[in-house]
Design a protein around this ligand. Structure first.
Ligand code: KG4
Ligand code: ZN
Length: 336
């Protein structure tokens, strides 16, 4: 079974061909065009620019994915595409392309929830069995999920304001660091003291595993303004202090999430761009060790936005006979 996946919900134009079967030979191609350069000057993703860029790049990216996988389009078993949630202009570009291909090729069309793509990635990369506990931490999302089966997700807690990656991006912008802010802060933090700035730990000690980063970001903003202009050394201290505060928050909330699962789980999985951060990984890994949970992190190129995860959901759904009608309407908001 071979499925083409298409992803255009944010600032990555991506296409991939994935097949079922044994590891490690599932991903036949995984092509990603990052639009970082198009959005860099604005310090964040501009929806209108993103939609136009998807339209410009997508056809070529799909061709590269098919060529790279050495499959002709009529050898595909289905076309899977992110149909939400996300920036609707970009989502529309991907969905219309996928529908046109499905119709022309007479193949099944599968509308995929982007979050489900992240949620099922550990099955693509590691064959992880259901159920498992997932932290999805990206630029747009931050939530703990109990993953019980394909299409069966229980939300345990989510951010009540900013996503973790969004907080990284905003704090980086306040310090004139590059976009995206996460990798920039992690780099600069290497030369800093994480105890130099005393930042809050929002929701610490509270019941449940909801998350909050707005107060942390505001506290960082005030300290940055009060120490204006920030010396290079103080930037490093702030980056380290902020990164450590986010890691503390996530690990404290994970401890609560572990108590909240409805069935025993063996694995904890982290996905989303923030999973790239080593300090955050170390903190979460410690919590897992204390709770005798296996810590699983898909390889980085599968943690950040990509189309292989969308093609994989296509395979999981196709196996269950779950395909969609061409009248399926894209959804800017689509909770799992
Ligand atoms: O999953 P992703 O590629 O895209 C979506 O938002 O869906 O995640 C991107 C986010 C950005 O906010 C970026 O700053 C953050 O992940 N990020 C990081 C790191 N690398 C990327 N945050 C902290 N540390 C990193 N090393
Ligand atoms: Zn994502």
């Amino acid at each position: 079974m071979k499925v083409l996946g298409i992803e255009t919900s944010c600032d990555e134009t991506a296409a991939a061909v994935v097949q079922d079967g044994d590891l490690p030979d599932r991903i036949l191609s995984n092509v990603i065009h990052s639009q970082i350069q198009e959005h860099e000057a604005y310090g964040g993703v501009v929806p209108e620019i993103a939609a136009r860029a998807h339209l410009h790049y997508l056809q070529g990216i799909i061709k590269r994915a098919a060529d790279g996988a050495k499959v002709s389009l009529d050898q595909l078993d289905a076309i899977a595409v992110t149909a939400g949630p996300g920036l609707i202009g970009g989502v529309l570009v991907g969905v219309m392309a996928a529908k046109a291909m499905a119709m022309a090729l007479q193949k099944p069309f599968i509308a995929v929830n982007h979050l489900e793509g992240h949620a099922l990635t550990p099955r693509l990369s590691h064959d992880i069995q259901f159920p498992y506990l997932l932290l999805l931490a990206s630029g747009g999302h931050c939530q703990f999920l109990e993953v019980l089966g394909v299409g069966q997700y229980r939300l345990l807690g989510a951010t009540i304001d900013d996503a973790a990656g969004e907080a990284f991006d905003k704090v980086a912008k306040l310090m004139d660091l590059d976009y995206p802010g996460g990798p920039a802060i992690e780099q600069v933090a290497k030369g800093g003291d994480q105890n130099r700035f005393k930042l809050p730990r929002p929701l610490k000690g509270r019941e449940g595993c909801d998350l909050s980063f707005a107060g942390l970001k505001t506290a960082a903003r005030l300290m940055i303004q009060n120490n204006n202009p920030l010396s290079e050394q103080d930037k490093a201290h702030m980056a380290a202090s902020f990164q450590n505060a986010v890691a503390d928050c996530l690990s404290e909330r994970l401890q609560n999430a572990i108590q909240m699962v409805s069935v025993p789980v063996k694995n904890f999985v982290i996905a989303g761009g923030v999973a790239a951060n080593q300090t955050i990984r170390d903190h979460l890994q410690n919590v897992c060790a204390r709770n005798k949970l296996e810590f699983v992190a898909p390889p980085l190129r599968l943690c950040t936005d990509n189309a292989a995860m969308i093609a994989w959901v296509g395979i999981e759904k196709l196996k269950l006979g779950q395909t969609d009608d061409l009248s399926f309407a894209p959804k800017p908001r689509w909770p799992l």
